[in-house]
Design a protein around this ligand. Structure first.
Ligand SMILES: Cc1ncc(COP(=O)(O)O)c(C=O)c1O
Length: 467
């Protein structure tokens, strides 16, 4: 018996087959790749609005984690779009700076509070620029990163520390050292042993208040002439309109923002102390530092979108809304998992504005196959949820609908737990972590007909190019 939902994703599946021939990985961003979603439900988005997206087959989904957390106001927010469209009508890119460049800088610095800011297009470039500023300022080469923070940049100084380090010279890898989060003594030891140019880390990833620890870390850096770089890519405009630094009274030397800064438009920022940042300017006696300078760095409509998104973040307490709706979602998911008796196997984690979920196997171990089954059963029920990261467009109704979908997904999950495995329930291979050594492809779950995700034949499609 063919799975009843197989044909609901036919166009997306055809599209992905072509995409893999033309685009390595089938997507321009790894976290959107087919290895991140259930194989037989390779949703390709046609459009989005608010909390929802529609795929090529016309299926509508509630979407979480929108744009890898870049969207806080929901898709195609009309006021942000209008601000961008006004500048699209005036021109996107000129020979000289457009006035929107200063307007965006003023809006950002008013809100976040640093001396100077330089905008670019992606977070990785911003954190890499921070590293360069620190190296130029200190004359040192080593970078100390928090090893518990999963992603700080796509550039070599960071990617060389991951499993996906092919192409990064050993000499570059040797210049990055790690320290564990939350352990001040361990950080101090790294500072004293390696004398790095900078420390790069996020303030916090869960619901705790990291103020004391991060302030002590900043002080330890200052005592040793180490530049402290706070990565606010996720916390910025989500934890608070002024980022973690505003919320927890932190005073980093440099900080980097991106993601939600422009509600999905491409804008990121390096902000910080004037004496450090001016090395990249024209009012300096020092050797010139090529700070950030890109052809598209000041694309007008993206900066206009950022100005409007920042205005909304400040005037409408977006961070407060995200916290409230996230708390509502967390409680709703808790209720349905408790009612199903599955609270030990499926549940939420993280700060309410930035919820993720865990999925465990019958032995209580975190499980990618069971995660995939959960994703699959949510997608069947109209919820696309690699996380439960919320936007202000996730209304009460949307949250209630999500809770219903979770309840339905848990019925299948419970049967798979009882059966001892996802076999017969999961269509195709499990999802896999982005940072792994080999692409590989693990085929499972097509062996046993019957069950809820019943399939009796091997998939006719194979989207991943590796045998
Ligand atoms: C904490 C953190 N820093 C930096 C980055 C890099 O940002 P981008 O993907 O815009 O280059 C990310 C991206 O996910 C991130 O989560």
């Amino acid at each position: 018996m063919m799975d009843p939902d197989f044909h609901r994703f036919a166009r997306s599946r055809d599209h992905q087959r072509c995409a893999h021939r033309l685009i390595p990985g089938g997507a321009h961003t790894y976290a959107k790749g087919d290895d991140q979603m259930p194989e037989w439900m390779p949703v390709v988005v046609d459009r989005g609005e608010g909390a929802h997206v529609w795929d090529l087959d016309g299926n509508r989904f509630v979407e979480y984690g929108q744009g890898l957390r870049a969207v806080t106001l929901g898709h195609a927010e009309p006021r942000v779009n209008r601000a961008a469209a006004d500048w699209i009508a005036r021109g996107a890119n000129f020979t000289r700076p457009a006035r929107v460049e200063l307007e965006a800088a003023e809006a950002f610095l008013d809100l976040v509070g640093a001396d100077c800011v330089k905008f670019t297009k992606d977070g990785s470039s911003a954190t890499t620029a921070a590293v360069k500023v620190a190296r130029a300022a200190t004359g040192r080469d080593t970078v100390a990163i928090c090893e518990d923070h999963p992603f700080l940049s796509q550039d070599d100084w960071f990617i060389g520390t991951t499993e996906m380090d092919a192409g990064v010279p050993q000499s570059v890898k040797d210049l990055t050292v790690g320290f564990p989060y939350g352990d001040l003594d361990a950080l101090v030891e790294v500072l004293d042993t390696h004398r790095p140019a900078c420390v790069v880390m996020e303030a916090v990833r869960d619901e705790s208040d990291p103020g004391d620890y991060v302030r002590a870390a900043i002080a330890a850096c200052r005592e040793r002439g180490v530049v402290f770089v706070l990565d606010e890519m996720i916390t910025g405009f989500r934890w608070s309109a002024r980022g973690a630094q505003g919320l927890f009274r932190l005073d980093p030397d440099l900080s980097t923002f991106g993601k939600a800064l422009a509600n999905g438009f491409s804008v990121s920022a390096l902000a910080g102390r004037r004496d450090l940042m001016e090395a990249g300017g024209l009012n300096t006696e020092k050797d010139r530092l090529f700070l950030l300078s890109a052809t598209h760095g000041a694309e007008t409509h993206a900066l206009a979108a950022a100005i409007e998104a920042m205005r909304i973040a400040r005037d409408e307490d977006v961070a407060g809304q995200l916290l409230r709706q996230g708390a509502r979602l967390r409680a709703a998911v808790h209720d349905v998992t408790a009612a199903a008796g599955l609270g030990d196997w499926v549940g939420t984690a993280g700060r309410d504005c930035n919820l993720v979920f865990f999925t465990k196997d019958p032995e209580g171990e975190p499980s990618q196959p069971f995660r995939t089954l959960f994703l699959q059963e949510l997608a069947r029920r109209g919820v696309l949820a690699p996380s439960f990261v919320i936007t202000t467009a996730h209304t009460d109704d949307v949250v209630d609908q999500t809770a219903e979908a979770v309840a339905g997904a848990l019925e299948v999950y419970a049967r798979a737990l009882d059966a001892g495995s996802v076999d017969g329930f999961l269509l195709g291979r499990p999802v896999q972590p982005v940072f792994r050594k080999k692409a590989g492809t693990v085929w499972t779950s097509v062996s046993r007909p019957g069950g809820d995700g019943a399939v009796s034949e091997a998939p006719a499609v194979r989207t991943t190019p590796h045998a």
